[in-house]
Design a protein around this ligand. Structure first.
Ligand SMILES: Nc1ncnc2c1ncn2[C@@H]1O[C@H](COP(=O)(O)OP(=O)(O)OP(=O)(O)O)[C@@H](O)[C@H]1O
Length: 613
């Protein structure tokens, strides 16, 4: 019973969820279902009347009966068919709304939640579930089946109840037989319902399991089959076997779970058929007995059989649909999990940005840990005047990128606060605050847009600004040699389009940051993929640009810090020192170690040349 209550609660939840996307469709479905359910019962009643007239030798009233009953049924059928077309069109439209909402959910999610709360995996699940479930049209087919079956069962029960009850008051023997028959039906049906419930329960479990497998398969599809880059890597490294190995088990499990599901579905249908046959048999004996006693006209046998046939169908449709409905609910759970996701973001207020000629960002005792992870930044207090060029250095994993993500308001500090010109950054809207920064992340992304769109991050471009930036960054040199120049499409999904080299991609990412209007430029290892000439040109450019647009850059090329007015040295999630190159070389043994490690490499190279090795 508790189980059934949960099922009903979930079903109500699904109805409420779908209601958000197609309110008017529910009324329409209700109307169609009632018309469809009632029409065949009208025909049955009409047939019974005709039979009774024939059997009692009164053929003259047959035409009148045909006229009344059949035209009423025809009107119901035609009405339902017309409304059905509207429902079909409207449910496809509602489905588009839901699909768009699922695809656009990522726009509303906070960066921190996206990265740390399994949100991506939920999005993948919801996308897979949406496709697997058949969406809103499938929901309304199921909903219609359920309502139609329910109305048929109620109306059928009414008719059967009437046939069963006729004459009960006239004979106590008959009343007793009826009570006994009903008890027998109840008892038999109860046993069958128990078996049926067990099957349903197993099916739901199987279905959840299948959903998980489906998600894995979806990941496979998105990351391997749909990614040209990955397919290239798989071929290059001969990774076919480990990949197939990994997914073969999933394929096999999916196949066997699907088999079990089909067998269980068939067993459920058999149980339903036995339920219906058993009830029909008992009722048939009862009605024949009544006809023999002269309590019912013989034509009522037609009503009994007609109603029972309709009801049997309705019960089996209802039971099968209920299972589908629960599965649908299960699938939509993922979508409904990600859709109402407008939770507060790291910078969620609406205060006006207190912009000044010289801006300052201050970290006040800031610590940070990724979700369920250890603390990676410890009690950082740092005043960052947004002026000139600042370098952020430290070994891998010392917390440089994390510090930048906090500075940008993409993550909330676990302790402490970050101030922009004295105001807590959580008071600003994320969009306003982020608009201040021109950022190149380490894992910059290049999309399958044109080069111009990749740089401007927009459909349209300011052509003058775009050309200047391409010239200043050495992009024009190779773009002008392409047949469509900056309009050339970049191929991330299609190998027919242009494939930029690693260094060219990084140039585009840097140009994207420069194209954006903002007050502070942040570059996380902007030259990692560039050749020495491009790298030198980039760092001189950063120095030059920093006069107007101050910059913060992370680099492992320790020589590049000579360009910076200020160097921030990070070590194990803490600030180890702040100063100029010469002050840090004097004060920090750790900085000296970093500096000399790279200088020694050049010396090593010089030694090799000298010895001719
Ligand atoms: N999304 C994440 N979830 C959990 N831990 C993370 C995440 N990103 C980084 N870390 C951890 O935080 C610590 C600092 O990483 P961070 O990327 O800030 O270092 P970094 O100094 O920028 O390193 P690198 O020079 O290699 O880019 C590392 O221990 C890293 O494993």
């Amino acid at each position: 019973m508790k189980h059934r209550k949960t099922e009903i609660r979930h079903a109500v939840g699904t109805v409420r969820f779908i209601y958000r996307f197609g309110k008017s469709l529910f009324g329409l479905t209700l109307l169609i279902s009632i018309l469809n359910a009632v029409a065949p019962l009208i025909v049955i009643l009409g047939n019974t009347q005709i039979l009774n007239q024939i059997l009692s030798n009164r053929p003259q009233s047959i035409i009148r009966i045909v006229l009344y009953f059949y035209s009423a049924a025809a009107m119901a059928y035609v009405g339902a068919a017309i409304l059905q077309r509207f429902l079909d069109i409207a449910s496809v439209r509602a489905n588009e709304r839901l699909k768009t909402a699922i695809y656009e959910a990522w726009e509303k999610i906070d960066f921190q939640q996206l990265e740390t709360q399994g949100y991506f995996s939920k999005m993948m699940k919801s996308e897979a579930s949406f496709r697997y479930s058949g969406g809103i049209p499938a929901f309304f087919t199921q909903f219609q089946n359920l309502i139609q079956s329910l109305v048929t069962i109620i109306a059928g029960l009414g008719l059967i109840g009437w046939i069963v009850m006729v004459g009960t008051t006239k004979s106590s023997r008959l009343a007793l037989i009826i009570i006994m028959s009903l008890l027998l039906i109840l008892l038999g049906e109860y046993g069958l319902v128990l078996i049926y419930q067990k099957l349903t329960h197993t099916n739901i479990k199987l279905f959840k399991y299948l959903m998980n497998l489906e998600r894995k398969m979806n990941y496979f599809l998105m990351n391997i089959v749909n990614s040209y880059e990955n397919i290239k890597a798989i071929k290059m490294w001969g990774l076919r076997e480990p990949i197939q190995n990994r997914y073969r088990t999933t394929w096999k499990s999916e196949k066997s779970a699907n088999h079990k599901l089909i067998i269980n579905d068939s067993l459920s249908q058999i149980v339903t058929a036995v339920m219906a046959s058993f009830a029909t048999l008992v009722l048939f004996i009862l009605v024949v007995f009544k006809i023999k006693e002269g309590l019912l006209p013989i034509g009522q046998l037609n009503t009994l059989f007609g109603s029972v046939v309709q009801m049997t169908n309705a019960v089996s449709v209802m039971i099968a649909t209920w299972q589908q409905f629960l599965r649908f609910q299960n699938q939509m759970q993922y979508a409904s999990d990600i859709l109402p996701s407008e939770k507060p973001t790291a910078t969620s207020g609406n205060a006006t940005l207190p912009l000044q000629t010289k801006n300052v960002i201050e970290f006040v005792h800031v610590s940070f840990a990724y979700a369920d992870g250890p603390e990676v930044l410890h009690d950082i207090s740092l005043k960052l005047d947004l002026q000139g060029a600042t370098a952020l250095v430290g070994v891998n994993g010392s917390g440089k990128s994390t510090l930048i993500k906090l500075l940008l308001g993409l993550y909330r500090p676990t302790k402490g606060k970050i101030l922009f010109n004295g105001q807590d950054i959580s008071k600003f809207t994320q969009a306003d605050y982020l608009a201040l920064f021109k950022v190149v992340f380490q894992d910059y992304a290049i999309f399958d847009f044109s080069i111009a769109q990749n740089i401007s991050a927009s459909v349209d471009q300011d052509q003058g600004r775009l050309r200047d930036i391409m010239m200043n960054n050495g992009i024009a040199e190779w773009v002008d040699r392409l047949p469509n120049h900056e309009k050339t499409a970049i191929g991330t999904y299609s190998q027919e389009d242009f494939q930029p080299s690693g260094g060219q991609r990084q140039q585009i990412a840097v140009a994207r940051a420069q194209y954006k209007h903002g007050i502070y430029q942040i570059l996380d290892e902007p030259s990692a993929a560039m050749d020495p000439i491009k790298e030198l040109r980039l760092f001189s450019k950063i120095k030059q640009v920093s006069r107007d647009t101050p910059s913060l850059f992370i680099t492992h090329r320790i020589g590049a810090v000579t360009l910076a007015n200020k160097i921030i040295l990070m070590r194990d999630g803490q600030i180890d020192g702040i100063g100029t190159k010469s002050s840090l070389l004097r004060q920090s043994a750790y900085f000296r170690e970093l500096w000399h490690s790279q200088a020694d490499m050049y010396a090593f190279d010089a030694n090799l040349n000298a010895t001719g090795e």
